[in-house]
Design a protein around this ligand. Structure first.
Ligand SMILES: Nc1ncnc2c1ncn2[C@@H]1O[C@H](COP(=O)(O)OP(=O)(O)OP(=O)(O)O)[C@@H](O)[C@H]1O
Length: 713
């Protein structure tokens, strides 16, 4: 507030020896102005000031994270192994050089010895005293030289005599290899001595120094001053120290980090907008310069990280899930790396996600990676749709419950049938959750324990759609698809549905606002405009400086990740090509087979959209039960496999009877049939027992109901 003295009043200076800057003053009455600023430095207490300080980590990150430490260790080992290999391969050349240069070395040694023995270094001093009136001094120096030379000759003679004795005696005493080693060493030393200074023996380097210019406060201020931001330029003109550095510029991972306080009124967004100019001013590639805000402190706090290497070219550490491991979708999983090469985790449960970018930036790769992560949780039921139709998601087919590539009418019909089934499943789950006791389901949402109970059927359902705009823009079914997907995105997360949508044209038609608004996770690779940016990353993102428009076309797989953690993070997804993805899916399939979680398409039991219920399963099961009134599930599965090996063969291959029973139970569930304990006789032992099974009547009744619904009477 500006000083506003009342009529007749005046503002007086604050009477202290060390007066605070009086910016504002308020008049209590006409004559007594009172400053509103307190004399203390900033009005805060010692404790508050202490608390406002940020603690830096005690140990560097590579010492606190086992995976980072391993990665660093491996890197160092590889580095020195490379150097050793490089020089070993060139060692014959080095040996040749040393041998060729050794005669010169011998000559230089002889000359140096001669100079030493004859005291050559004293010659200039003696010559100087030889003339003029310094005869006495000359005499002294000559006598000193004679004594010195005499002593040195004796020393040389002794060394030569010792050498001669060694030369004559040692060959008879020492083994041959020692003599050879000494000879090689001598030649090596002479060769080294004989090497000219400008032509070293090891002339080339195994690794080229990647040393980059250090980031200094001067270079940062200089760079910020040429961005054309009026607020910065005006402030710098008045005060060259207008740009503040609240913390020292330090190394942070493979780069430099500068915390910068921009002049009052300037926001970080203004700097981010000019990222390319900033990179140019710092003389670094665009992919090295990453300005970010720290809105927690204030909108003018810039965190500038300048990497040693372009992010798109730097080596990504090995993905922890690449070789081994299963996934719990309820826990954070490594999704990508940030600029500093640290893993960025993502938790897929209870969220929906939107991925957007211009073509060829890595959308499909990202979606495929996320579906692979989901696939590694054997409980997760995958519904994969590749509407581009090029088969990019085909590696996931062996673990998918539903899978389709393409957007032909039959593909759309298939998807529609699946989505309708998912809508039904959503309603069923809502009822199950509603009816569960509060102590089992305190938050009215799926928990890891509930998802693990097969009988409840609350396992994660992951729907992944590439080029999703083709669904929503469909002239006939677009509205219905939108309605179902909106429901999946809104109500689905709490009920175990994870919806992942990718599009190359992020606008309101491609991903309807009701859907994009409810997506918690957002990953935006390169986009070209503010609208697309905000569509993927959320309203006002562009204004707040979260701008995927500043990414370059070379930044493949790199984007802003929003929704995981408090701050948006620049993240590079994991590069997994087709064969990698197939290998990972094969691993996931093995796990699924082992726990009896191979369903739907992957198990050879895909839905047939032409038929309302999707398959001939009911009639097949009826045939498998035959004349009996009930049968064990495992026996039914074996008979089904005999009936239709192509479809039911994989079921019968399951390792245990209970896995077969679980398989049949999940296949019958969509028809409203639950398997129960039924009495039967084990053909192998002839003993009776209770095991999971099906009664003939249940199947017959379900078939009758279906036929009535179809109007078959
Ligand atoms: N994480 C990554 N790291 C490095 N390169 C990547 C990464 N992800 C994708 N790429 C590269 O980007 C290329 C394009 O990827 P992708 O097919 O996923 O793009 P897209 O955005 O889905 O394209 P389109 O819109 O045409 O479907 C890939 O061929 C791959 O070489």
């Amino acid at each position: 507030m500006n000083p506003t003295p009342g009529e007749g009043g005046k503002v007086i200076a604050f009477p202290t020896t060390n007066p605070p800057e009086i910016l504002d003053a308020e008049l209590v009455d006409d004559h007594t102005p009172v400053p509103v600023d307190t004399p203390a430095v900033d009005g805060s207490t010692w404790l508050e000031r202490l608390r406002s300080q940020q603690r830096q980590p005690i140990l560097p990150s590579y010492l606190t994270s086992l995976s980072e430490a391993k990665e660093a260790g491996k890197w160092v080992a590889r580095h020195y192994a490379h150097k050793a290999g490089y020089h070993l391969a060139r060692s014959p050349l080095y040996a040749l050089r040393l041998a060729v240069r050794s005669p010169r070395g011998l000559l230089l040694l002889a000359v140096a010895t001669g100079r030493w023995v004859t005291d050559a270094e004293g010659r200039p001093a003696r010559s100087e005293t030889a003339t003029g009136d310094k005869a006495e001094l000359y005499l002294k120096l000559s006598q000193q030289r004679d004594r010195r030379v005499q002593l040195r000759w004796i020393q040389l003679g002794l060394v030569a005599a010792l050498g001669l004795v060694a030369f004559l005696v040692l060959p008879h005493v020492l083994p041959e290899w020692v003599l050879w080693s000494c000879a090689v060493l001598a030649v090596g030393l002479l060769g080294k001595l004989g090497s000219p200074k400008d032509k070293p023996v090891i002339a080339s380097r195994a690794v080229l120094s990647g040393k980059v210019q250090k980031l200094t406060s001067d270079s940062v201020v200089q760079a910020l001053s040429v961005l054309g931001i009026a607020g910065i330029n005006q402030a710098l003109a008045k005060n060259p120290d207008a740009i503040g550095f609240p913390a020292p510029i330090t190394r942070d991972g493979p780069g430099w980090r500068a915390d910068v306080d921009l002049p009052p009124g300037v926001t970080v967004a203004e700097v981010i907008e000019r990222r390319a100019k900033l990179a140019s001013a710092l003389g670094r590639p665009l992919g090295c310069v990453w300005p970010e805000g720290n809105a927690e402190i204030h909108p003018g706090r810039l965190v500038l990280w300048v990497g040693d290497q372009d992010m798109s070219k730097s080596r990504q550490p090995t993905w922890p899930l690449r070789k081994t491991g299963t996934v719990d979708l309820f826990r954070p999983q490594p999704f990508g790396t940030d600029q500093r090469g640290r893993w960025v985790d993502i938790t897929l449960m209870f969220v929906s996600m939107v991925i957007g970018a211009v073509p060829r930036m890595g959308k499909t790769f990202t979606l495929r990676e996320l579906l692979l992560i989901a696939g590694m949780d054997a409980r997760a039921e995958l519904h994969c749709y590749d509407l581009k139709g090029t088969g990019d998601l085909s590696p996931l087919a062996p673990i998918s419950h539903r899978y389709r590539a393409g957007d032909e009418p039959d593909d759309i019909a298939y998807a529609l049938a699946d989505l309708r089934a998912l809508a039904g499943e959503l309603r069923r789950r809502a009822k199950v959750i509603r009816e569960l006791p509060k102590d089992l389901c305190p938050e009215n949402k799926v928990t890891p324990e509930l998802a693990g109970k097969k009988s409840l059927g609350l396992h994660p359902v992951v729907l992944g759609v590439d080029e999703c705009q083709k669904w929503f823009e469909h002239p006939d079914h677009g509205a219905e698809i939108e309605e179902i997907v909106t429901d999946l995105v809104k109500r689905g997360p709490a009920l175990g549905f994870v919806t992942l949508l990718a599009t190359q044209r992020p606008d309101a038609r491609s991903i309807p606002t009701a859907i994009s608004d409810n997506a918690v996770l957002r990953f935006c690779l390169k986009v070209t405009g503010q609208q697309a940016n905000d569509m993927v990353l959320g309203t006002s993102s562009y204004r707040n400086g979260i701008r995927a428009t500043t990414l370059s076309f070379r930044d493949k797989g790199i984007g802003y990740l929003v929704g995981e953690g408090d701050e948006p993070r620049i993240t590079r997804s994991v590069y997994l090509d087709g064969p990698d993805a197939e290998q990972l899916a094969a691993r996931a399939r093995t796990t699924r087979v082992a726990v009896g979680r191979l369903t739907g398409y992957a198990a050879g039991l895909d839905l047939t959209p032409d038929e309302d219920d999707g398959s001939t399963l009911l009639t097949d099961v009826l045939a498998a039960i035959g004349d009996a009134d009930k049968a064990w599930s495992e026996a039914i599965v074996d008979r089904l496999a005999e009936l239709r090996p192509a479809i039911y063969g994989p079921w019968a291959d399951l390792p245990t009877g209970s896995a077969k029973a679980t398989q049949l139970a999940s296949a019958l569930k969509p028809f409203g049939i639950s398997t129960k304990q039924v009495w039967g006789t084990d053909p192998a032992t002839g003993k009776g027992a209770n095991r999971m099974g099906v009664k003939r009547d249940w199947i017959a009744q379900a078939l009758t109901e279906r036929d009535q619904q179809r109007g078959h009477g």
